[in-house]
Design a binder for this molecule. Structure first.
Ligand SMILES: O=P(O)(O)O[C@H]1O[C@H](CO)[C@@H](O)[C@H]1O
Ligand SMILES: O=c1cc[nH]c(=O)[nH]1
Length: 235
């Protein structure tokens, strides 16, 4: 086991789906896995391993924010040899054309976090998705008829920003949505030489807050989960 994950060596698959919410991890495992086994529940951050259409896969919560995700993803890559992480998260849309339940494939992630500015001594780093994983996911999503957008997201450190209008600045540079983890996920994947992609379901719109927000944070993400699992089965 590692410091924050109690699974034994070999109990976590090479491909891991990573929602922020551990209860979404439980829902995905119990809904889609043929034989889900709970391999870690330390701090309530559930991790399940099972098979989907015969392929071994794990799903685990990351918690909210880059600081929490960083702990789990460092340990997944370093201590469990995980090769591929697909974040299955939620985000707020900041472009008019993007609606609730649409999917965003995060090609890259901007951030207002100090994690990378500290890591890179004040210089900027551009956290990017793994291209082959992105291309494969885009192809499958197109085939499935999912409504998808590909582009940049903002990984913010503060859900409740001191400046409630700052999203407009990011939007004016083409950023599609706001979430809280992708920049650190992509940076760690690059550091360890592994593959990562964030698939995000739009849960609300900052452009038009009157649009009904997606309430089902655990269960309202079936298209995203099925897309991610489809990508894992393609190998
Ligand atoms: O739904 P998840 O995956 O947790 O993602 C989004 O939701 C949380 C904020 O409500 C943050 O973690 C943000 O990134
Ligand atoms: O981080 C998030 C997630 C959903 N919606 C937002 O506005 N921000």
């Amino acid at each position: 086991m590692s410091i924050h994950i109690e699974a034994k060596s070999g109990e976590i698959a090479g491909s891991v789906l990573l929602p922020g919410d551990p209860l979404r991890a439980k829902f995905i495992a119990e809904t889609y896995f043929e034989n889900p086994v709970l391999v870690s529940r330390l701090r309530g951050m559930y991790c399940y391993t099972g098979t989907y259409q015969g392929n071994q896969v794990s799903v685990m919560g990351s918690g909210m924010g880059q600081a929490s995700l960083s702990i789990y993803v460092n340990e997944l890559f370093r201590d469990y040899g995980v090769q591929q992480v697909i974040r299955v998260g939620s985000c707020g849309a900041i472009q008019e054309r993007i609606g609730i339940k649409d999917l965003i494939l995060a090609q890259g992630a901007c951030t207002n976090s100090s994690m990378n500015s500290l890591r890179f001594r004040g210089m900027d780093y551009a956290p990017l998705a793994d291209f082959s994983l992105l291309a494969k996911t885009h192809g499958l999503a197109t085939q499935r008829g999912d409504r998808i957008f590909v582009g940049g997201v903002l990984s913010t450190d503060s859900f409740y920003d001191a400046d409630p209008e700052v999203w407009k600045l990011w939007a004016s540079y083409g950023v599609l949505g706001i979430e809280m983890e992708t920049a650190e996920l992509y940076t760690l994947a690059a550091k360890y030489g592994r593959q990562a992609l964030s698939i995000l379901t739009v849960s609300d719109s900052l452009v038009d807050p009157s649009r009904d927000a997606l309430q089902e944070r655990e269960t309202g993400f079936t298209s995203m989960a099925e897309l991610a699992l489809g990508v894992v089965t393609q190998g």
